[in-house]
Ligand binder design. Sequence first.
Ligand code: SF4
Length: 139
Amino acid sequence: MEIRLRGHHLLCLLGFRGMGYSAAFSANMTRVYNELRESPETTIALVQGPDDLCTCFPADGQYHCENRSVAKHDEEVIRRLGLETGTRVPWSTVLERVRAAIAPEDINVLCVTCQWRSYGVCEAGVRTIRQGEGLPPLP
Ligand code: SF4
């Protein structure tokens, strides 16, 4: 099984603690998170535009998944990780790239406009991965 993910969601997953845009969105993200947590060799297809997490964005929400600014965010994260859109990598490789290329405080620059950033969970998530650990259990 492979999971289709866009660039910035590689970082969002590190900070996921169960919050999300709706119950259905969070349930889908929980499923993906647990799959990656339990099977770090799961193949990630790095896609451009909406991915397997965007599919559950609520219909009554302010849809932003195809905004140019979000695509630019994806490109920045992919470039920073030394990865390439359109390729496939195991999730464990994503974690290795995060350890090598992203510092916790980088979230404040890379994700400056994100509504979730102020919770501090993504910064903490990067810190956990840089300590050599995998994805922690969800609260
Ligand atoms: S701050 Fe926002 S965009 Fe950045 S990793 Fe966290 S949830 Fe994703």
